[in-house]
Write a protein of this length. Sequence first.
Length: 241
Amino acid sequence: MRNKMILFFCMLLVSLSVPFPTYAEADVTSDVDEEITFTCKIKSFYSDGFIPQAGDTFYIEYTNTENIILSMLLDASECVNDWKEVEMASGTYSITKITYVGDNTDIIQSGYSITSDFSTEKGNCIQLGIGDTQASRVHTEYKDTVFVPGTLQEQNIANGLNEGAGESDMSSEESSSIEKEEQDHLTEDSDINSSQTDKQRAYYEKSTRKIFIQNIPVFVITIIIVILFLGHAMNQKKANW
């Protein structure tokens, strides 16, 4: 009976010493996850003679690998000089539809096009070409695009006057400069994704160390209990002799 009582109190002491997750720990995990964000960069290219205006807004629909339809609004005037970073979940996406919802008549008449396939893991950038020249450049230089002709182009098509449509008027030097700029940003995105992976690895290593440190008292108490129990058993054995 005495041995059972000792064993019961030992088990009770061990159970009380085991750390349980708290809301504070859950909050810390949430904060770390929020730091691990993935971005995709978008830049708009206006054709010569086009003046970017606040409110040059595009409604963009895109799908992920599970064919879930997502959407975003993009003001093209905000990403003319610099690449605009858009935060989203890690994955591969495809733009299926783009609609201009602003009131710039030049854009409505001349059309636009956008590169459709991108991936946050590969650090792909999205290019939006606005106006005849840039829309044609994006449409002809990239394999997967969404091209929306302007009202003037639609009239030309209807009248059979659309000869040479889709050909870019941009010089080879300008095109090479844009390609080089995009490549630089792809390299930068690759570095960012590598940094995000390092953050994830560091977080899991930190969590493992934290769990080990929290359980040190349990290990110590368990060892002490085992020693006391063995000592008691030996004393009982000697007493029986």
